[in-house]
Design a protein around this ligand. Structure first.
Ligand code: BES
Ligand code: MN
Ligand code: ZN
Length: 498
């Protein structure tokens, strides 16, 4: 999908389709009014007929309108003007895209001033439209023997603004939107791939390919390297699997070697059976998405490299399967982590924290400005926040605020849960320094408490994406989240430091 920013109003443009809006009060949007003027009341007539009442989620496709240079005009219902918020905008864009994708139109022209989103700039509208446009075209058919013939004809979205002064910011926004969307597509592809294909070895290869394409450095630690480093916790998860575990490190230096990096640590469990504490069969297939944190790290690095962002970022991905076998770790096993802390494994299904803790210790060597881990860590997070919101926990309130605000900015939101000391006591073990589970209560928080014990040497935040990384049911598939949040956060970091 191509995008173009233009200055202009409907009467001066041409193309396969123009979109103009109608509010629920039957009031016409700016461009609808202009179109109405040059067509002698064509739009008003239709509204008066009652075929377009301006309700959200509705649209009406018109052909051969006299006196315009567009082959088609799509009227789109915008809902109540007073209540036109972010969600209204996204609903309108998605209505437009899904309706046009049923036609043979190859391009569409939108007029951004038609959408009076409260407290949002043209820049925001551009980023959101680009992400929505590319997402609507996303298909995952690489595993089908014949690609399904569902590709639409729509190839280009033209975004018209009316203020020449906004051209530069909108162009930048378009580039950012493209980079984010490409990062999301990469994350989606990796998430959607079957677990027999997307193994730890496959993820390592992906990181190397990404490094080659974008002037990054990729290195992969093998199990014997991890043994030398004393990563007994990560290896305990890996030992039940025939697939060798990998610790993948991807380095992006956009700000010279001197500046300390931000480290992103992504959970890369390419399939989570639960191990000996095995999961029930229903929906276990969805545990192929248990590497979504890793996928979001690769997607975010792809995005920032694409933008050539002046910042240093290191991605660390502990990648392994979690399998039951004669060699697998068992409940009651005590292992020694790289940090020296001993861990009693009470439940082998709480494996994410066991691999992340060693990766967090490994991150210390980069002298990070901040470390953010991203993990499909707890079912409890889905219960607490559902599928719209990522869970955020941090040992640094400023960092937490920055992540929350990045998510808010780009429509990929998180919500903070407390990490108070009281919760730490739930992880007491009679036999080791710490237990790997804390019981049913506050499961998301106790998981983060566990991680916090390995993140004491730097500013750290944890994103629990168990509810947001993929969709279940008919629309089953990876969402590409939280690539937008992470990328927006890193963009904001470059602004903060200049
Ligand atoms: N990968 C799962 C978390 C998960 C479960 C994400 C369902 C999305 C949907 C994680 O490894 C896990 O199994 N966590 C356990 C922890 C428990 C044993 C303390 C869980 O949430 O049940
Ligand atoms: Mn698990
Ligand atoms: Zn898991």
């Amino acid at each position: 999908m191509d995008f173009e920013i233009k200055i202009g109003t409907p009467e001066k443009q041409r193309g396969a389709c123009a979109v103009v809006g109608v509010f629920e009060s039957r009031k016409l949007s700016n461009s609808a009014r202009m179109l109405d003027k040059i067509t002698n009341g064509y739009v008003k007539n239709i509204v008066a007929l009652g075929d377009m009442d301006g309700k959200a989620n509705t649209s009406l496709l018109l052909h051969k309108i006299p006196d315009t240079q567009f082959k088609r005009v799509l009227l789109v219902g915008l809902g109540k003007e007073q209540e036109f918020k972010e969600k209204s905008f996204l609903t309108a864009i998605n209505t437009i895209l899904s309706n046009l994708q049923k036609t043979a139109a190859t391009d569409v022209t939108l007029f951004l001033s038609d959408f009076p989103v409260k407290e949002r700039t043209s820049e925001w509208k551009v980023i959101q439209t680009v992400i929505a446009g590319i997402s609507s075209n996303y298909r995952f058919d690489q595993l089908k023997s014949k690609p399904e013939n569902s590709q639409s004809h729509l190839r280009k979205i033209v975004l018209c603004i009316d203020d020449r002064n906004e051209m530069a910011v909108c162009e930048t926004a378009m580039q950012r939107g493209l980079a984010i969307a490409q990062g999301m597509s990469l994350a989606k592809d990796l998430g959607n791939l079957a677990a027999n294909i997307c193994t730890p070895t496959y993820l390592a290869k992906q990181a190397k390919d990404l490094a080659k394409a974008h002037k990054m450095k990729a290195s992969v630690l093998e199990e014997k390297d991890m043994e030398k480093l004393g990563m007994g916790s990560l290896l305990a998860v890996a030992q039940g699997s025939e697939q060798p575990a990998k610790l993948i490190v991807l380095e992006y230096h956009g700000a010279g070697k001197k500046e300390d990096p931000i480290v992103l640590v992504g959970k890369g469990v390419t399939f989570d059976t639960g191990g000996i504490s095995i999961k029930p069969a229903a929906e276990m297939d969805e545990m192929k998405f248990d590497m979504s944190g890793a996928a979001s790290v690769l997607g975010t690095l792809h995005a920032i490299a694409e933008m050539k962002l002046p910042i240093n970022v290191i991605g660390i991905i502990p990648a392994t399967e979690n399998m039951p076998s004669g060699k697998a770790a068992k409940p009651s096993d005590v292992v020694t982590s790289m940090s020296g802390q001993t861990i009693e494994i009470l439940n082998t299904d709480a494996e994410g924290r066991l691999i992340l803790c060693d990766a967090l210790t490994y991150a210390e060597r980069y002298n990070p400005k901040a470390v953010i881990d991203i993990a499909t860590l707890t079912g409890a997070c889905v219960i607490a926040l559902g599928n719209f919101t990522t869970g955020l926990m941090s040992n640094d309130n400023k960092l937490a605020e920055e992540l929350l605000s990045a998510g808010e900015q780009v429509g990929d939101r998180a919500w903070q849960l407390p990490l108070w000391d009281e919760y730490q006591d739930l992880l007491k073990s009679n036999f080791a320094d710490v237990a790997n589970i804390g019981g049913r209560a506050a499961g998301t928080i106790t998981a983060a408490c566990f991680l916090s014990r390995f993140a004491k040497k730097y500013r750290w935040a944890h994103l629990d994406i168990a509810g947001t990384a993929w969709k279940s049911g008919k629309e089953k598939g990876s969402t590409g989240r939280p690539v937008p949040l992470l990328t927006q956060f890193l963009i904001a970091q470059t602004k903060a430091s200049t």
